[in-house]
Design a binder for this molecule. Structure first.
Ligand code: PHE
Ligand code: NA
Length: 512
């Protein structure tokens, strides 16, 4: 390592950057429909259980892994996992574990971003559409408007490229002047926009039907429908905890690698979790669902992309001040997505910088190009197939957006808890404003957390088999032959990235 690694400029900057990393589209777009679909208030039970059993312990493990790796000049998972694993196993096995971790983290950072960046582009595009009144014309349905948007190269490609360019520009400036500075501006803005939107939501009244009120909408996601509580809901809750806290992706570690060796971990990790949960359960839960309920009733709480990009625009065009509130909503999504994507972007730049000696500026441009190449299929599918189906995106999301996160999480916690053993506890507590007890460490990090993840993986795997994701032609495209090549292509890309990731990490570790 020729150059000295950068550090965070201030505690506040670090916490806001970490919160920015965690607070993302997951909070505002993914969480509401997960909760609505999986039992409303009953979802909260597995959700908070997963937060305690998985979220908190893993967050501490990841901060610790990152700070540990940073001490040796590494911001990526391969070497980090290797360095910790070799405390407990021989270097050969440690190298293989490092290779696996590096492969999974590369898979997530490259592939998850190939579609996440698109969604960020859409949010920016829709902020623009809202501000300029694009979808306000009631003669076109907002569903048709959205399909037209994603099939229109001039819109979809332009906003995607702008979003990517701004990200690249920010990362190029480094940790303090880039990431930290943007987080300090964007994170407070998210909470302010969120509060404004909540106030607007709660004062909507009952414009459509007397029983459709924002409070009834809140009641809908908070009152437990116990009959909807099942294994599926528990898996969804655990998956949401991984996704929303950015766990199992390698990016919390990457940010933590810029800590100084004696910087606090435990309190800072809890602060990150608290800020994310505030943005998720309070802001995320109080905007989209109650608005949609007020205008569309319980039937209107459709899942996924539709809620943010179709149902809500349909409401903004009916509601007083809709153009302004629509702009706030999509800017909030844009900022949330941006401050998460920047972490992934930085992961890849750090990889090039540290493992291949590529200067940060050049690396930032290289990652821009990589993202365009890997993101192109996502953009082209709806344009070429002339449908709104996003099979390529869906296939990737099924694996890198959920399943592989859990696999990587398991590897991480086993390496710290089992292979580092008592030294893991010592490392986590070093320099801490708060410290965790030996009991917490041995009960959670060494036992409950890894065992829970193993159980989770077992049931997820069963679920995936049942849903037909393992089949040569996955069930979700069985009846649409035009989409099959897109799924196959996604699989080829995914395997290639994972193999390259393994070889890269394995060989680089060997050099040290
Ligand atoms: N925690 C992020 C969220 O809630 C997840 C994420 C981070 C996704 C970085 C992509 C990139 O949205
Ligand atoms: Na989040």
């Amino acid at each position: 390592m020729a150059e000295k690694r950068e550090n965070w400029g201030s505690k506040l900057g670090l916490i806001l950057a970490m919160a920015g990393n965690a607070v993302g589209l997951g909070n505002f777009w993914r969480y509401p429909y997960q909760a609505a679909k999986n039992g409303g208030g009953a979802f909260m039970v597995p959700y908070f259980a997963a937060l305690i059993l998985l979220g908190i312990p893993l967050m501490l493990v990841e901060w610790n892994q990152g700070r540990y790796g940073g001490k040796y000049g590494h911001g990526t998972l391969g070497p980090m996992v290797y360095l910790q694993a070799r405390e407990g196993v021989n270097p050969r096995v440690a190298r293989i574990l490092g290779g696996l971790a590096g492969a999974l983290a590369l898979g997530v950072t490259v592939l998850l971003n190939s579609y996440y960046n698109h969604i960020i582009g859409w949010t920016l595009g829709y902020a623009f559409e809202s501000a300029t009144g694009g979808y306000m014309d009631k003669s076109v349905s907002t569903g048709a408007y959205f399909v037209n948007y994603i099939q229109s190269p001039s819109k979809v490609l332009v906003f995607w490229l702008i979003a990517l360019a701004v990200l690249g520009f920010a990362v190029m400036r480094g940790i303090q002047k880039g990431i930290e500075a943007w987080a300090k501006f964007m994170m407070p803005t998210i909470y302010i926009f969120g509060i404004i939107l909540i106030i607007r939501t709660l004062t909507l009244g009952a414009p459509v039907k007397p029983e459709w009120t924002p409070i009834a909408g809140l009641d809908f996601i908070w009152s437990p429908r116990w009959q909807d509580l099942n294994w599926q809901a528990a898996l969804a809750a655990a998956g949401q905890i991984f996704f929303t806290l950015s766990l199992g992706m390698g990016i919390i570690q990457n940010y933590a690698s810029y800590l100084k060796p004696d910087d606090d971990i435990v309190l800072s990790g809890f602060a990150t979790i608290s800020l994310n949960e505030l943005a998720e359960v309070v802001l995320g839960g109080t905007i989209a669902i109650p608005i949609a309920y007020t205008f569309l009733g319980p039937e209107g709480l459709g899942a996924g992309v539709g809620l943010s990009f179709i149902a809500l625009p349909n409401i903004f065009r009916q509601m007083a001040g809709g153009q302004i509130f629509g702009t706030f909503w999509f800017l909030l999504l844009y900022f949330a997505g941006f401050t998460s994507a920047i972490a992934m972007y930085n992961y890849l730049v750090a990889l090039l910088e540290e493992e291949a000696g590529v200067p940060r500026k050049v690396g930032s441009v290289a990652v821009f190009v990589i993202y365009i190449i890997f993101g192109l299929p996502v953009a082209l599918e709806p344009i070429l197939t002339k449908t709104a189906d996003l099979a390529y995106l869906t296939e990737l999301d099924n694996w890198v957006g959920s399943y592989l996160l859990v696999v990587l999480g398991l590897l991480e916690v086993m390496v710290t808890g089992w292979l580092m053993g008592a030294k893991g506890l010592e490392e986590i507590n070093k320099g801490g404003y708060w410290k965790i007890s030996k009991t917490f460490y041995s009960v959670f990090i060494q036992a409950v957390t890894p065992i829970t993840i193993i159980i989770l993986l077992f049931f997820s795997t069963k679920d995936y088999i049942k849903a037909g994701y393992f089949k040569a032609i996955p069930s979700f495209v069985e009846n649409s032959p035009a989409l099959i090549p897109w799924v196959n292509f996604a699989r080829i890309v995914m395997f290639t990235v994972l193999i390259v990731g393994f070889v890269q990490a394995y060989r680089n570790i060997g050099k040290k």
